[in-house]
Design a binder for this molecule. Structure first.
Ligand code: ASN
Length: 316
Protein backbone atom coordinates (compact mmCIF):
# COMPACT_ATOMS: atom_id res chain seq x y z
CA UNK A 1 0.00 0.00 0.00
CA UNK A 2 1.35 3.43 -0.97
CA UNK A 3 1.07 5.45 2.21
CA UNK A 4 2.75 8.61 0.99
CA UNK A 5 4.73 9.08 4.18
CA UNK A 6 8.21 8.05 5.15
CA UNK A 7 8.05 4.96 7.30
CA UNK A 8 11.61 3.66 7.31
CA UNK A 9 14.99 4.46 5.82
CA UNK A 10 15.31 2.82 2.41
CA UNK A 11 18.10 0.28 2.02
CA UNK A 12 19.55 -1.57 -0.96
CA UNK A 13 21.91 -4.51 -0.52
CA UNK A 14 23.58 -6.27 -3.47
CA UNK A 15 25.94 -9.20 -4.05
CA UNK A 16 28.25 -10.02 -6.91
CA UNK A 17 28.57 -13.76 -6.40
CA UNK A 18 30.10 -16.16 -3.91
CA UNK A 19 33.26 -18.07 -4.70
CA UNK A 20 36.99 -18.53 -4.58
CA UNK A 21 37.54 -15.10 -6.15
CA UNK A 22 41.21 -14.53 -7.03
CA UNK A 23 42.96 -11.53 -5.51
CA UNK A 24 43.30 -9.60 -8.77
CA UNK A 25 39.53 -9.70 -9.35
CA UNK A 26 38.73 -8.24 -5.91
CA UNK A 27 38.89 -4.51 -6.91
CA UNK A 28 36.74 -5.11 -10.01
CA UNK A 29 34.11 -6.89 -7.98
CA UNK A 30 34.07 -4.25 -5.25
CA UNK A 31 33.84 -1.43 -7.77
CA UNK A 32 30.91 -3.20 -9.49
CA UNK A 33 28.87 -3.92 -6.36
CA UNK A 34 29.33 -0.37 -5.01
CA UNK A 35 28.26 1.10 -8.34
CA UNK A 36 25.18 -1.14 -8.43
CA UNK A 37 24.20 -0.32 -4.85
CA UNK A 38 24.55 3.42 -5.48
CA UNK A 39 22.42 3.18 -8.64
CA UNK A 40 19.73 1.26 -6.79
CA UNK A 41 19.78 3.72 -3.91
CA UNK A 42 19.42 6.61 -6.32
CA UNK A 43 16.05 5.14 -7.32
CA UNK A 44 15.06 4.52 -3.70
CA UNK A 45 15.77 8.17 -2.91
CA UNK A 46 13.08 9.41 -5.27
CA UNK A 47 9.70 10.15 -3.74
CA UNK A 48 7.77 7.79 -6.00
CA UNK A 49 10.38 5.13 -5.41
CA UNK A 50 9.93 1.41 -5.65
CA UNK A 51 12.06 -1.37 -4.25
CA UNK A 52 11.23 -3.36 -7.38
CA UNK A 53 12.67 -0.70 -9.72
CA UNK A 54 15.72 -0.39 -7.48
CA UNK A 55 16.63 -4.10 -7.52
CA UNK A 56 16.09 -4.29 -11.28
CA UNK A 57 18.34 -1.25 -11.87
CA UNK A 58 21.08 -2.57 -9.57
CA UNK A 59 21.08 -6.02 -11.19
CA UNK A 60 21.14 -4.49 -14.69
CA UNK A 61 24.31 -2.58 -13.80
CA UNK A 62 26.00 -5.83 -12.79
CA UNK A 63 24.64 -7.72 -15.83
CA UNK A 64 26.28 -5.06 -18.02
CA UNK A 65 29.58 -5.39 -16.14
CA UNK A 66 31.68 -8.27 -17.42
CA UNK A 67 33.33 -8.74 -14.02
CA UNK A 68 30.19 -10.70 -13.09
CA UNK A 69 28.67 -13.98 -14.22
CA UNK A 70 25.37 -12.52 -15.49
CA UNK A 71 24.37 -10.87 -18.76
CA UNK A 72 27.65 -9.89 -20.46
CA UNK A 73 30.30 -12.09 -18.87
CA UNK A 74 28.00 -15.08 -18.31
CA UNK A 75 29.81 -18.39 -18.06
CA UNK A 76 29.42 -21.00 -20.80
CA UNK A 77 27.80 -24.41 -21.14
CA UNK A 78 29.95 -27.36 -22.12
CA UNK A 79 28.95 -26.57 -25.73
CA UNK A 80 30.31 -23.02 -25.43
CA UNK A 81 26.85 -21.45 -25.43
CA UNK A 82 25.18 -18.96 -23.08
CA UNK A 83 22.06 -19.91 -21.08
CA UNK A 84 21.09 -17.31 -18.52
CA UNK A 85 18.62 -17.56 -15.59
CA UNK A 86 17.00 -14.71 -13.61
CA UNK A 87 14.26 -13.98 -11.11
CA UNK A 88 12.57 -10.87 -9.74
CA UNK A 89 10.02 -10.82 -6.92
CA UNK A 90 7.86 -8.25 -5.17
CA UNK A 91 7.16 -8.62 -1.44
CA UNK A 92 3.92 -6.62 -1.45
CA UNK A 93 1.93 -9.29 -3.30
CA UNK A 94 4.44 -12.12 -3.91
CA UNK A 95 4.37 -11.30 -7.64
CA UNK A 96 7.22 -13.12 -9.35
CA UNK A 97 8.78 -13.34 -12.79
CA UNK A 98 11.56 -15.72 -13.83
CA UNK A 99 13.35 -16.94 -16.93
CA UNK A 100 15.73 -19.81 -17.62
CA UNK A 101 17.89 -20.82 -20.55
CA UNK A 102 17.77 -17.31 -22.01
CA UNK A 103 20.23 -16.17 -24.67
CA UNK A 104 20.73 -13.11 -26.89
CA UNK A 105 19.68 -10.52 -24.32
CA UNK A 106 21.77 -8.16 -22.22
CA UNK A 107 19.47 -7.97 -19.23
CA UNK A 108 17.69 -11.21 -18.28
CA UNK A 109 16.35 -9.55 -15.11
CA UNK A 110 14.25 -7.20 -17.26
CA UNK A 111 12.83 -10.15 -19.20
CA UNK A 112 11.93 -11.72 -15.84
CA UNK A 113 10.21 -8.45 -14.93
CA UNK A 114 8.24 -8.58 -18.21
CA UNK A 115 7.12 -12.14 -17.38
CA UNK A 116 5.90 -10.83 -14.04
CA UNK A 117 4.24 -7.68 -15.38
CA UNK A 118 2.71 -8.91 -18.63
CA UNK A 119 1.86 -12.62 -18.39
CA UNK A 120 -0.30 -14.71 -16.05
CA UNK A 121 2.76 -16.92 -15.45
CA UNK A 122 5.75 -16.76 -13.15
CA UNK A 123 8.39 -18.64 -15.14
CA UNK A 124 9.28 -19.03 -18.83
CA UNK A 125 12.12 -21.28 -19.97
CA UNK A 126 14.17 -22.09 -23.05
CA UNK A 127 12.79 -21.38 -26.54
CA UNK A 128 9.55 -19.99 -25.08
CA UNK A 129 11.45 -17.49 -22.94
CA UNK A 130 13.56 -16.41 -25.90
CA UNK A 131 10.52 -16.04 -28.17
CA UNK A 132 8.77 -14.04 -25.44
CA UNK A 133 11.71 -11.64 -25.21
CA UNK A 134 11.56 -11.07 -28.98
CA UNK A 135 7.78 -10.56 -28.91
CA UNK A 136 8.20 -7.95 -26.20
CA UNK A 137 10.74 -6.08 -28.31
CA UNK A 138 13.71 -6.79 -26.06
CA UNK A 139 16.76 -5.92 -28.20
CA UNK A 140 18.50 -8.93 -29.78
CA UNK A 141 22.16 -9.14 -28.81
CA UNK A 142 24.38 -11.70 -30.58
CA UNK A 143 25.73 -14.08 -27.94
CA UNK A 144 29.23 -13.32 -29.25
CA UNK A 145 28.82 -9.86 -27.74
CA UNK A 146 27.92 -11.37 -24.36
CA UNK A 147 30.72 -13.96 -24.32
CA UNK A 148 33.98 -12.67 -22.85
CA UNK A 149 37.53 -13.99 -23.10
CA UNK A 150 37.32 -14.88 -19.39
CA UNK A 151 34.29 -17.06 -19.99
CA UNK A 152 36.03 -18.79 -22.90
CA UNK A 153 39.19 -19.34 -20.82
CA UNK A 154 37.14 -20.66 -17.90
CA UNK A 155 35.46 -23.20 -20.17
CA UNK A 156 38.79 -24.18 -21.64
CA UNK A 157 40.24 -24.67 -18.15
CA UNK A 158 37.13 -26.62 -17.18
CA UNK A 159 37.39 -28.94 -20.17
CA UNK A 160 41.05 -29.59 -19.44
CA UNK A 161 40.53 -29.67 -15.68
CA UNK A 162 38.53 -31.78 -13.34
CA UNK A 163 35.40 -32.04 -15.44
CA UNK A 164 32.71 -31.20 -12.91
CA UNK A 165 30.64 -28.04 -13.22
CA UNK A 166 31.08 -25.89 -10.14
CA UNK A 167 29.75 -22.53 -9.14
CA UNK A 168 32.26 -21.56 -6.53
CA UNK A 169 35.48 -23.45 -7.10
CA UNK A 170 38.08 -23.47 -9.81
CA UNK A 171 37.81 -21.56 -13.04
CA UNK A 172 34.22 -20.43 -12.74
CA UNK A 173 35.05 -18.60 -9.55
CA UNK A 174 36.44 -15.77 -11.66
CA UNK A 175 32.84 -14.73 -12.05
CA UNK A 176 29.80 -14.43 -9.86
CA UNK A 177 26.05 -14.47 -10.01
CA UNK A 178 24.52 -11.12 -9.07
CA UNK A 179 21.61 -10.23 -6.82
CA UNK A 180 19.90 -7.41 -4.97
CA UNK A 181 17.37 -6.93 -2.19
CA UNK A 182 15.80 -3.60 -1.30
CA UNK A 183 13.27 -1.97 0.96
CA UNK A 184 11.68 1.31 -0.01
CA UNK A 185 10.50 4.05 2.31
CA UNK A 186 6.97 2.62 2.24
CA UNK A 187 8.22 -0.67 3.66
CA UNK A 188 7.90 -2.67 0.43
CA UNK A 189 10.54 -5.26 -0.32
CA UNK A 190 11.86 -6.74 -3.57
CA UNK A 191 14.59 -9.13 -4.65
CA UNK A 192 16.27 -10.01 -7.94
CA UNK A 193 18.97 -12.51 -8.93
CA UNK A 194 20.63 -13.12 -12.31
CA UNK A 195 23.26 -15.60 -13.50
CA UNK A 196 24.95 -17.39 -16.36
CA UNK A 197 25.01 -20.47 -14.11
CA UNK A 198 28.06 -22.70 -13.92
CA UNK A 199 30.91 -23.15 -16.37
CA UNK A 200 30.64 -26.47 -18.19
CA UNK A 201 26.98 -27.05 -17.27
CA UNK A 202 24.96 -29.30 -19.53
CA UNK A 203 22.76 -27.42 -21.99
CA UNK A 204 19.30 -27.24 -20.42
CA UNK A 205 20.62 -27.22 -16.84
CA UNK A 206 18.62 -24.83 -14.66
CA UNK A 207 20.14 -23.79 -11.34
CA UNK A 208 18.71 -22.23 -8.22
CA UNK A 209 18.57 -18.66 -9.48
CA UNK A 210 15.16 -18.62 -11.24
CA UNK A 211 13.46 -20.90 -8.69
CA UNK A 212 11.16 -19.08 -6.28
CA UNK A 213 12.42 -19.64 -2.75
CA UNK A 214 15.83 -20.94 -3.89
CA UNK A 215 17.68 -18.14 -5.74
CA UNK A 216 15.45 -15.43 -4.32
CA UNK A 217 12.44 -14.86 -2.10
CA UNK A 218 10.69 -11.93 -0.53
CA UNK A 219 7.60 -11.18 1.45
CA UNK A 220 6.77 -7.79 2.98
CA UNK A 221 5.60 -9.69 6.09
CA UNK A 222 9.20 -10.69 6.86
CA UNK A 223 12.10 -9.88 4.52
CA UNK A 224 13.90 -10.44 1.23
CA UNK A 225 16.84 -12.65 0.30
CA UNK A 226 19.00 -13.42 -2.75
CA UNK A 227 21.45 -16.33 -3.04
CA UNK A 228 24.60 -17.25 -4.93
CA UNK A 229 26.84 -20.30 -4.97
CA UNK A 230 26.39 -23.97 -5.77
CA UNK A 231 22.98 -23.92 -7.42
CA UNK A 232 22.04 -27.55 -6.91
CA UNK A 233 22.73 -27.26 -3.16
CA UNK A 234 20.86 -23.95 -2.84
CA UNK A 235 17.84 -25.38 -4.67
CA UNK A 236 17.73 -28.58 -2.59
CA UNK A 237 17.19 -26.60 0.62
CA UNK A 238 15.15 -23.72 -0.91
CA UNK A 239 17.75 -21.48 0.70
CA UNK A 240 16.08 -18.07 0.48
CA UNK A 241 12.71 -19.37 1.63
CA UNK A 242 14.46 -21.13 4.49
CA UNK A 243 16.13 -17.86 5.53
CA UNK A 244 12.83 -15.99 5.53
CA UNK A 245 11.21 -18.87 7.47
CA UNK A 246 13.91 -18.66 10.15
CA UNK A 247 13.22 -14.92 10.45
CA UNK A 248 9.55 -15.71 10.88
CA UNK A 249 10.49 -17.86 13.87
CA UNK A 250 12.34 -14.95 15.48
CA UNK A 251 15.90 -14.83 14.12
CA UNK A 252 17.30 -11.57 12.80
CA UNK A 253 18.49 -11.53 9.16
CA UNK A 254 22.13 -12.07 10.11
CA UNK A 255 21.39 -15.09 12.29
CA UNK A 256 18.89 -16.52 9.79
CA UNK A 257 21.26 -16.18 6.82
CA UNK A 258 24.15 -17.77 8.69
CA UNK A 259 22.09 -20.65 10.10
CA UNK A 260 20.43 -21.46 6.76
CA UNK A 261 23.81 -21.55 5.01
CA UNK A 262 25.25 -23.79 7.74
CA UNK A 263 22.26 -26.13 7.47
CA UNK A 264 22.70 -26.21 3.68
CA UNK A 265 26.38 -27.05 3.91
CA UNK A 266 25.74 -29.77 6.50
CA UNK A 267 22.98 -31.40 4.43
CA UNK A 268 24.43 -31.02 0.91
CA UNK A 269 28.15 -30.30 1.26
CA UNK A 270 27.74 -27.29 -1.05
CA UNK A 271 28.87 -23.75 -0.32
CA UNK A 272 27.04 -20.51 -1.06
CA UNK A 273 26.30 -17.01 0.13
CA UNK A 274 23.18 -14.93 0.63
CA UNK A 275 22.12 -11.38 1.35
CA UNK A 276 19.01 -10.66 3.40
CA UNK A 277 17.00 -7.63 4.49
CA UNK A 278 14.30 -7.62 7.15
CA UNK A 279 11.14 -5.57 6.72
CA UNK A 280 12.66 -3.13 9.22
CA UNK A 281 15.72 -2.63 7.02
CA UNK A 282 18.15 -4.78 9.06
CA UNK A 283 20.89 -6.37 6.98
CA UNK A 284 22.14 -9.98 6.94
CA UNK A 285 25.19 -10.99 4.88
CA UNK A 286 26.87 -14.39 5.10
CA UNK A 287 28.85 -16.80 2.91
CA UNK A 288 30.65 -20.08 3.51
CA UNK A 289 32.56 -19.83 0.25
CA UNK A 290 35.96 -18.09 0.40
CA UNK A 291 34.64 -14.71 -0.72
CA UNK A 292 31.47 -12.89 -1.72
CA UNK A 293 31.39 -9.30 -2.94
CA UNK A 294 28.56 -7.28 -1.41
CA UNK A 295 27.58 -3.66 -0.85
CA UNK A 296 24.70 -1.81 0.74
CA UNK A 297 23.59 1.77 1.04
CA UNK A 298 21.65 3.22 3.93
CA UNK A 299 21.47 6.88 4.85
CA UNK A 300 24.65 8.61 3.76
CA UNK A 301 26.86 5.51 3.83
CA UNK A 302 27.98 2.84 1.38
CA UNK A 303 29.15 -0.33 3.14
CA UNK A 304 30.99 -3.05 1.23
CA UNK A 305 33.19 -6.10 1.61
CA UNK A 306 34.38 -9.28 -0.02
CA UNK A 307 36.28 -11.21 2.70
CA UNK A 308 34.68 -12.59 5.88
CA UNK A 309 34.02 -9.93 8.55
CA UNK A 310 34.97 -7.04 6.27
CA UNK A 311 32.94 -3.81 6.33
CA UNK A 312 34.42 -0.83 4.49
CA UNK A 313 32.45 2.37 4.81
CA UNK A 314 32.42 5.24 2.29
CA UNK A 315 30.26 8.33 2.24
CA UNK A 316 27.56 8.29 -0.45
N1 ASN B 1 27.70 -18.50 -9.23
C1 ASN B 1 26.48 -18.83 -8.92
O1 ASN B 1 25.95 -18.30 -7.98
C2 ASN B 1 25.80 -19.86 -9.77
C3 ASN B 1 24.34 -20.07 -9.60
N2 ASN B 1 23.92 -20.14 -8.21
C4 ASN B 1 23.95 -21.34 -10.30
O2 ASN B 1 24.22 -22.40 -9.77
O3 ASN B 1 23.46 -21.26 -11.38
Amino acid sequence: MFLGTTMIDPVILVHGGAGDIPEWRVPLKLHGVRKAARAGYNILSKVECSALDAVEAAVKIMEDDEAFNAGKGSVLTIKGTIEMDAIIMEGKNLNTGAVAGLSNVSNPVSVARLVMDSTPHIFLAGPGANAFAREKGVPYVPDDELITDFAREALDDFIHGKGEATSELGQESKHGTVGAVAIDRYGHLACATSTGGMTGKLPGRVGDTPLVGAGGYCDDAEGASSATGHGESIAKVCLCHHIIGLMQSGLDPKEATELALTNMKNRTGGTAGAITLSNKGQVGIHFNSKRMAWAYVRGGEVHSGINPDEDDIELL
